[in-house]
Design a protein around this ligand. Structure first.
Ligand code: NCD
Length: 309
């Protein structure tokens, strides 16, 4: 019995190192198969439902591509407005309904803990594609895969997480996913947007070296990987506070001169202004390669949780 069959994917810290290795290995196999133009039918006869109650481009489309590339089928709610949630239906009732249609469910929802709530409502596997300012575990797995491809390994790397570390779910999940590896962290954030204390405390309790600073040049000088994030406008109660913080960090080619040579620059995307377009020609700018890595990682996750790999 494969170790991940019938499991939900709710948090980055749910995975053992063996499970992470299994996901990476299978993603590599699928990436090779895709590059060779092989047609796969691993998910033949199965239906994926994507339920997105918050905007998305990469996450939804890469999940749907992943299912189609494996020979499965997809049904999708891409806009909450078009679903019965807009009539007041509870998440529980929506999930109870969708489990009658689909074999596996991918959910993005604005509320922290929504994926856990959905998973309790059904025996079908639920994959968390972002629960508000909580977690985004499938993104962190593709981020792990990207670091491995760009750098050879995550071990020994100094990983700089910069931007809105308070509200950014991708950085919460990535920090927790890397916690058991030989990774050093530099967290770069303005005072009001620092990494939640409980995540910093968990890393430190684990013996992980964590430095916190407001200065992006500190991170640039030390980082092997710089992971930029946007200031999460939709999580601000006060628009004036967003305006005050929105231009906190802007990475330009000129600023890159202060960086450690060979630094890899990642970003979960979408970017707003935190990475200037002149950065796109830099060979270490990995963010579009990172987005493409979402397909093989999500193929691996779907096949594993559905017991087809
Ligand atoms: C991120 C998200 O939705 O959390 N995007 C993504 O999934 N690639 C990042 C963001 O919105 O800033």
């Amino acid at each position: 019995m494969p170790r991940l069959a019938k499991k939900d994917v709710l948090r980055a810290d749910q995975f053992s190192k063996d499970e992470i290795a299994l996901i990476m290995e299978l993603a590599t196999t699928y990436e090779t198969a895709l590059s060779e133009g092989r047609v796969l039918d691993v998910m033949k006869g199965l239906v994926l439902s994507t339920l997105f109650y918050e905007p998305s481009t990469r996450t939804r489309l890469s999940f749907e591509t992943a299912m189609l590339r494996l020979g499965g089928k997809v049904i999708s709610v891409a806009e909450a407005k078009s679903s019965s949630a807009s009539k007041g239906e509870s998440l529980h009732d929506t999930i109870k309904t969708v489990e009658g249609y689909a074999d596996v469910i991918v959910l993005r929802h604005p509320q922290i803990g929504s994926a856990e709530e959905a998973a309790k409502a059904t025996d079908k596997p639920v994959l968390n594609a972002g629960d508000g300012a909580g977690q985004h575990p499938t993104q962190s797995l593709l981020d792990f895969y990207t670091i491995t491809k760009e750098k050879g390994t995550v071990d020994g790397q100094t990983v700089v997480l910069a931007g809105d570390l308070k509200n950014g779910r991708t950085v919460h999940s990535l920090a927790l996913l890397l916690a058991d590896y030989d990774v050093r962290f530099v967290f770069v954030a303005p005072d009001g947007l620092r990494m939640p204390r409980e995540i910093v405390d968990r890393l430190k309790a684990n013996g992980t070296d964590v430095k916190e600073t407001e200065d992006l040049t500190d991170g640039l000088a030390e980082g092997d990987v710089l992971y930029m994030t946007r200031i999460q406008r939709e999580r601000f109660a006060d628009p004036a506070e967003y305006d005050r913080l929105k231009d906190s960090y802007v990475l330009t080619l000129a600023l890159l001169e202060k960086a450690k040579p060979g630094i890899s620059v990642m970003h979960p995307l979408p970017r707003v202004n935190e990475i200037s377009e002149d950065m796109d020609d830099y060979s270490g700018a990995a963010y579009f390669r990172q987005a493409a890595n979402g397909v093989p990682i999500r193929m691996a996750l779907l096949a594993l949780v559905c017991g087809r790999a």
